[in-house]
Ligand binder design. Structure first.
Ligand code: PEP
Ligand code: MN
Length: 353
C-alpha cells in the first residue's frame, strides 16, 4: 500500500509512521516529492491495513496498490525513474542508442564496430560475450576473452558497455566489467539469476521474455527491485505470435502500457523484434515516436560474415542513417538523441547533408 503524507506533515510524523511499519516487519520505501512525502509499504496488505496508519498524525490517505508489482508501479513512484550510469542518464529527456554486434567475435570486429557506432552517436556498446543460442552447435561466444575485448573497447572509445549474463555463478565476473548487465529474453524468469544480478548493484537491462505478458515482465523487474536494486531498464524485444514472416512481433504497444503502469525506463530492441535488417530503421523510428527511452541495435562491420544474427544486423553506414532518422523523430516529440551532434539538425528541423 501507499501512504500519502499531508503536505504539512512534520519529519517527526513521517518518522513515526516509518518506525511503526518497520517494527511490524514491513519493508518501507520513502519518496520525498516537492509537495509531499509518499511512503511505499511492502508486506501483507490485510495486516498493514489493520495498523490503522490512516489515523496517525500527518497522514493524508492510505491507498492499496492494486497491481501485483509494487515497487515497479507508477502508483508507488509517480516520477519516471532516471538511471544514472557513467555520466549518462537513462529515462530522462534523452533517447539513448546502445549499439554493437550480437556477439563479440574477435578483437578487430569489436573495435571496428565500437568506433563506428561511437562515430554515429551511440553512447553504449552492446555485445554478447556469453551467448544464449537455440542450438548447442552454434557459436556460443568468446566468454572471458569477449569481456576483455569489451573492456578494451570501452577504454578506447569511452562508450559504456552492456553485456549479457546468463549464469548466476558468472555475475561477479560480468558485473566486474559491464556498466549495465543484460538479462536476456530466455532468462527473464530465471529467478535465481535475477536476484544475483540485482545484488551486484549495477543497472540491469531486463529483456522481455518472448512469451511473457507485460505483467510477468514487470514482476521480473519487481524481483530485482525487491532485492534492493531499483536500477532496472526494461527492454521490449519482440514476442512470439502466430505471424511467421518476421522473427518476432515487436510489441510497441508495450511501451505506452509500461510507461503508464511503471516508472521504469523502457528501451526497444528492433533487431531481435523483427529479425530483418531492413526493418530496423523504420521500427526504431516508431519506437522513439511511441516513447522509448532508448534503442538496442545490432551493428556488424560485415553482417554477411557474422557468427550470429547477421540477417538482422546493420552495417555501420546503415546505422548512421538510422541515427539521423531517429534524431528527427526525437526532435519532433521534444526529445534529443544523446551523443548525437546537435548540428545535424538545421534551424528548420531538417538534417544537414
Ligand atoms: C541479444 O541481445 O543479443 C539477445 C540474445 O537478445 P534476446 O535475449 O532478446 O534474444
Ligand atoms: Mn542477437
Amino acid at each position: 500500500m501507499i501512504i500519502i503524507m499531508d503536505g504539512q506533515a512534520r519529519i517527526k510524523e513521517i518518522k513515526a509512521v516509518q518506525s511503526k511499519l518497520i517494527k511490524e516487519g514491513f519493508t518501507v520505501h520513502i519518496s520525498k516529492g516537492v509537495a509531499r512525502t509518499i511512503i511505499g509499504v511492502i508486506g501483507d496488505r490485510t495486516r498493514a491495513f489493520r495498523l490503522s496508519i490512516d489515523v496517525m498524525p500527518g497522514v493524508e490517505k492510505v491507498i492499496p496498490i492494486l497491481n501485483p508489482f509494487k515497487l515497479a508501479s507508477r502508483e508507488f513512484k509517480q516520477d519516471s525513474t532516471i538511471i544514472k550510469v557513467g555520466g549518462q542518464a537513462i529515462g530522462g529527456k534523452d533517447v539513448h542508442l546502445m549499439a554493437g554486434p550480437c556477439a563479440v567475435e574477435s578483437r578487430t570486429q569489436l573495435l571496428e564496430c565500437a568506433f563506428a557506432v561511437k562515430e554515429a552517436g551511440a553512447t553504449f556498446l552492446r555485445g554478447g560475450a556469453f551467448k544464449p543460442r537455440t542450438s548447442p552447435y552454434s557459436f556460443q561466444g568468446l566468454a572471458e576473452k569477449g569481456l576483455e575485448y569489451m573492456v578494451e573497447a570501452r577504454s578506447e572509445t569511452g562508450l559504456l558497455i552492456v553485456t549479457e549474463v546468463m549464469d548466476p555463478r558468472l555475475v561477479p565476473l560480468v558485473a566486474g566489467c559491464a556498466d549495465i548487465l543484460q538479462i536476456g529474453a530466455r532468462n527473464m524468469q530465471n529467478f535465481p539469476l535475477l536476484k544475483e544480478a540485482a545484488a551486484a548493484g549495477k543497472p540491469v537491462l531486463l529483456k522481455r521474455g518472448a512469451a511473457a505478458t507485460i505483467e510477468e515482465w514487470l514482476m521480473a523487474a519487481e524481483y530485482m527491485m525487491l532485492e534492493g536494486n531499483h536500477q532496472v531498464i526494461l527492454c521490449e524485444r519482440g514476442i512470439k505470435t502466430f505471424e511467421t514472416y518476421t522473427r518476432n512481433t515487436l510489441d510497441l504497444n508495450a511501451v505506452p502500457v509500461v510507461k503508464r503502469l511503471s516508472h521504469l525506463p523502457v528501451m526497444v530492441d528492433p533487431s531481435h523484434g523483427t529479425g530483418n535488417w531492413w526493418m530496423v530503421s523504420p521500427m526504431s523510428r516508431a519506437a522513439v515516436a511511441v516513447g522509448a527511452d532508448g534503442l538496442l541495435i545490432e551493428v556488424h562491420p560485415s553482417p554477411g560474415d557474422a557468427l550470429s544474427d547477421g540477417q538482422q544486423s546493420l552495417t555501420p553506414e546503415n546505422f548512421q542513417g538510422l541515427v539521423q532518422e531517429v534524431h528527427q523523430v526525437a526532435h519532433a516529440i521534444g526529445r534529443a538523441v544523446n551523443g548525437v551532434r546537435q548540428n545535424w539538425i538545421s534551424d528548420a528541423g531538417g538534417l544537414r547533408p
